[in-house]
Design a protein around this ligand. Sequence first.
Ligand code: MRU
Length: 397
Amino acid sequence: MNLDLGNLPRTIWVEKSEGGPVVGFVDQRLLPDDLALVRTADWREVVDAVKTLAVRGAPAIGVAGAAAVMLAAFECAADESAANLVRQGDPEAGGGFGREGARADFDRRLEEAARVITGARPTAVNLSWGVRRAVEAAQEARSAGKTAAEAAEALYGLAGALIAEDEAVNRRIGAHGAMLLREIADKRDGRGDAPEASHGIDGSSRVAAPVRRQGLNILTHCNAGSLATAFYGTALGVVYAAAQEGLINRVYADETRPVNQGARLTAWELARAGVPVTLQCDDMAASLMAEGKVDAVIVGADRIAANGDTANKVGTLGLAIMARHFQIPFYVAAPRSTIDCITKTGDDISIEERDSSEVLAEPLFGVTVRNPAFDVTPYALVTAIITEDGIWKPLEL
Ligand code: MRU
């Protein structure tokens, strides 16, 4: 396998253009046909991108949230400095507004933008996490006596740092997950690659031929890949790290109805990275498992409740139930920012209901449509949660 991650685009980034800071992203609605890179200086367009799934995947929308707050801060700072110019030229204008008034106005407008940004999608906790990180950084800068423009600059630095941090976190998740896959492969292949010396009763010694790795078959659902993060991915980050060690034979990607993140994004991304990938319809997972072709299921997560229950793309719960039936390990790979200790159990996770047109393009008389974007897998069905800090396993009672 020729793994080539250099062939994958960065999903989201920030940069300075002549007109000021912009947020850049891959418009995932157009994949796999077009790899279109969009740049915008308007935070409302970032909100729209998140709502319409141009930018999607929990970690990616987390950094998008922080980046959108950054653009809103620059907008407020520009308005504030324009108002100051008017005030300087006309002593009547904005009388009594003062420095404190300007600060309160900045805080209020940023809070309002943050509320709109957070509301773009409800289930992935990373979005509110990213927005909160940015709002807190702005408040800290203002409390330290910084101007609105300086606070906005601080947020630009934060957005860049969160993007870099996301990739670093994913690489650590990948390394932890590869360890688990190595254990599975070792068990199946009979202890790894090291040639073992054996001694005959005549005292002769022989070196056994190295055991050849067959490579594992992984099943995944939706896209928890590089495209769902700033770069590298969570579930697919584990695949990439394991592939680097020669542990992967093939990834089976569920197409993931109704938006087809598996067919459009995961299959595209893996093929581009050089990982052998087979696409299947969602309803083919059970027979694939029954044929003994799945060594492990690995998925991402949008929110993990305090008790370990995990919300992820709708269809994940079914896979977990099937994996338990066939005694196949079922792993969730996610950053710590996806763990929401305030939400006690999966029952408390708000599940996004998306437009019926995603399921049925044209309404059919007498037919209603349900379209929950996520479902919740009870922790009891999860073999392990793989994070950047280590691996969590349910207690065996
Ligand atoms: O609706 P989407 O495409 O944003 O759903 C994405 C998923 O469910 C992913 O599996 C999840 O966000 C984890 S991404 C690392």
